[in-house]
Design a protein around this ligand. Structure first.
Ligand code: GLU
Length: 419
């Protein structure tokens, strides 16, 4: 299987956990979890602003609903596949179980380059996805959220399309998270994933006895996750010495001015060309000497091609699946501390859970409340995973997967084995 395949990475991480659990969990139960519960592909044919009908492929996958309704974002990229969505849905199952929210794992995909659509056409496409996929979405079925290529605005349009389909201003319960606050979203959700990553980085700096004021960080990806992580770490006093995106990367050994970089990126749609920094390549960025490397762009960025060259002491996975299993082994042997995605970027889905409860109970939470609940949960789960990793002398990923898969198996057992 190709090394850089999202599904094969998810399957490999799961088979390692299955092996560790083989004496406590029945093999058939693990076999059940190796397969998605539902994989749906459907075609969208909206009429876009050029007056023509366009054809798009879209997917919804529910990997498991043992712990609750499937949860996970909508990925809108030109190359997303049904297998990618399946791997990502599987990963959501473990992420929700590990962070302790009552959701299963799901994901959806729309094959389109979000950046190439006008806002109006994107809205039309999102509404078409919802109308065609309506029977796969619901507070007790699958609850979407933002992922690569989708954002808060899109989630607002999803809520509106669903409400409209009922001829109402709102619907009972929460159909989608990551919405604008005015439409029942929760304050702090947009920053939640990056904030969770920054919390994990802070915990690991503490663990390695590295002073935040002296620490250096490199961030790959300057979208919602990477930019917030860089900003928050910078506010803590950490020096962000390198940042990159798909267009290019920039480096300043004395630390980049992240606020100025954010302004530059907002104006030019890239970090490339930022003054007071030198231009470097994407591969040089990953191999910079630093304390922490945050891959927050996309999958399969740390592979056998560069794992030996990574110089960071800590790798904090902001993206889903940025390290291939083969590279993972190399990093482990080289004593590089990897904070796995299912822990490191779980702040997003944790705050989605708060949004779900807020909407269900029709209450309002403050950003202080949201952030302090997230901090408490991430800290507690980080420590639990670390304890197991130390006790059993295994990687943080293996420990996190062991805890997560065991939780889902226990949920299945408690349900009494459904068909
Ligand atoms: N797309 C995000 C993730 O991969 C968030 C999912 C959610 O909030 O449901 O974790």
């Amino acid at each position: 299987m190709a090394e850089n395949n999202i599904l094969s990475t998810a399957m490999e991480n799961f088979s390692r956990a299955s092996l560790m659990l083989k004496d406590e969990v029945e093999a058939n139960l693990l076999a059940k979890l190796s397969m998605p519960r539902e994989r749906v592909e459907f075609t969208l044919t909206p009429q876009l602003s050029d007056g023509k009908v366009h054809v798009f492929t879209s997917f919804v996958v529910r990997h498991s609903d043992a712990l609750g309704p499937a949860k996970g974002g909508i990925r809108m990229t030109a190359d997303v596949t049904l297998d990618d969505v399946t791997g990502l849905a599987m990963e959501m199952t473990w992420k929700c179980a590990l962070i302790g929210v009552p959701f299963g794992g799901g994901k959806s995909g729309i094959v389109s380059d979000a950046g190439n659509l006008t806002p109006k056409d994107k809205e039309t496409l999102i509404r078409s996805f919802v109308r065609n996929g309506l029977r796969h979405i619901g507070p007790q079925v699958y609850v979407p959220a933002p992922d690569m290529g989708t954002n808060e605005t899109d989630m607002g349009h999803i809520k509106d399309t669903i409400s409209f389909s009922h001829g109402q201003a709102i619907t009972q319960g929460c159909f989608v998270t990551g919405k604008p606050v005015l439409l029942g979203g929760i304050p702090g959700r947009r920053e939640a994933t990056g904030r969770g990553v920054a919390m994990c980085v802070e915990k690991s700096l503490e663990l390695f006895d590295i002073d935040t004021q002296k620490a250096t960080v490199v961030v790959q990806g300057f979208g919602n996750v990477g930019s917030v992580t860089a900003q928050l770490l910078n506010e803590m006093g950490v020096k962000v010495i390198g940042v990159g995106d798909i267009e290019g990367a920039v480096y300043n050994e004395f630390g980049l001015d992240i606020s100025a970089l954010s302004k530059h990126a907002a104006q030019t749609a890239s970090v490339k060309g930022f003054a007071s920094a030198s231009a470097i390549s994407g591969s040089e960025l990953l191999e910079l000497p630093c304390d922490v490397l945050v891959p927050a762009a996309t999958a399969a960025q740390i592979t056998t091609d560069n794992a030996e060259q990574i110089k960071a002491k800590i790798v904090a996975e902001g993206a889903n699946g940025p390290t291939t299993p083969e590279a993972d082994e190399i990093l482990y042997k080289r004593n590089i501390f990897v904070i796995p995605d299912i822990l490191c970027n779980a702040g997003g889905v944790f705050v989605s859970y708060l949004e779900y409860t807020q909407e269900t109970q029709q209450e309002q939470m403050t950003v202080e409340h949201v952030n302090s609940r997230m901090k408490k949960r991430i800290t507690q789960r980080f420590e639990e995973v670390l304890r197991l990793a130390n006790d059993r002398k295994m990687s943080m990923r293996d420990a996190a997967m062991l805890l997560a898969v065991r939780t889902v198996c226990n949920a299945l057992k408690s349900r009494g084995y459904q068909p």
